[in-house]
Design a binder for this molecule. Structure first.
Ligand code: HEM
Ligand code: HEM
Length: 227
């Protein structure tokens, strides 16, 4: 039967995350002035991730962590072909969590990083230059792990489409999916939940953007030479 498997906020989260991640990678490689956009894409990613975590508690059934974060027994059952469900399968759920955690670590380290030229993360003033160097090192180190996870994610989606002949992509666009059994009635994910998640995400972005930091001191007045 046809069910609404992903709610609209979750789908928007996914495709905005894809757009912001691609933007963050491209701008990091271009460097220079593009770093301003790298920082902005990073802030958007932080907002999206915070939204997603709150949505994991307040969103509709399949978006909730409680519905897809399962133990090893469920993973074993899935690998033996005994899993039935509409949302993330128990194994895929692990890669979802890993992606959310790694992108959060990447964005968080970026806030304190610097590019040795003109761009500094928004919370750079909170750390010493030496600590920022270290954090920048971690920020660059995480890059390969992120690429690996995204490739794994795309590989899994392609495997489902080509080999298992089950398109996961269309449901992530339209929200609808054909499932073999009657699913439980979806719960949660209403308008109030959306507003709460958006407000919390906006608040965290405000702090991450350094808006609570004192303004930098004005540049020292330059004496006009007598000549
Ligand atoms: C930078 C690239 C990408 C990132 C970081 C990413 C990240 C994610 C994340 C975090 C989820 C879990 C959604 C949730 O929060 O519950 C997810 C699910 C999903 N993504 Fe992506 N994604 C990327 C690219 C793509 C692309 C290009 C496609 C399609 C061609 C795609 C198709 C899907 C599908 C179908 C699911 C749902 C899987 C399922 O049914 O369990 N993703 N993705
Ligand atoms: C999840 C979001 C992010 C991703 C995927 C990401 C990705 C990257 C990558 C791949 C690089 C290395 C580029 C290279 O050297 O080839 C980089 C560099 C950098 N990123 Fe991010 N970044 C993110 C968020 C942020 C944020 C939020 C900030 C600051 C507000 C930031 C600040 C920097 C800086 C300053 C560098 C330059 C390091 C250097 O060249 O020494 N990043 N980022």
């Amino acid at each position: 039967m046809r069910v609404r498997v992903w709610d609209l906020p979750l789908r928007l989260f996914h495709w905005l995350l894809v757009t912001a991640v691609v933007t963050a990678f491209v701008t990091a490689k271009v460097g220079g002035n593009a770093m301003d956009w790298h920082g902005r894409a990073g802030l958007l990613i932080i907002g999206l991730l915070v939204f997603r975590v709150v949505w994991g508690f307040l969103g509709s059934s399949n978006a909730r962590f409680a519905s897809f974060v399962r133990g090893p027994a469920a993973i074993r059952a899935y690998l033996q072909g005994k899993w039935q469900g509409a949302g993330h399968n128990p194994l895929g759920a692990l890669s979802v969590l890993a992606m959310l955690a790694l992108f959060a670590a990447q964005a968080a380290t970026g806030l304190f990083a610097n590019d040795d030229v003109a761009f500094e993360g928004y919370l750079y003033p909170l750390v010493s230059a030496a600590v920022s160097e270290r954090i920048t090192g971690i920020h660059k180190l995480l890059e390969s792990a992120l690429i690996l996870l995204v490739l794994l994610h795309l590989g899994a989606v392609t495997f489902y489409t080509r080999i298992k002949k089950e398109s996961l992509v269309l449901p992530m666009i339209t929200g609808w999916k054909e499932v073999p059994m009657e699913p439980p009635t979806p719960r949660g994910g209403g308008f109030i939940a959306f507003i709460v998640a958006t407000l919390i995400a906006t608040g965290v972005v405000y702090v991450a953007a350094g808006q609570l930091l004192p303004p930098p001191p004005p540049p020292a007045a330059v004496e006009t030479p007598a000549w």
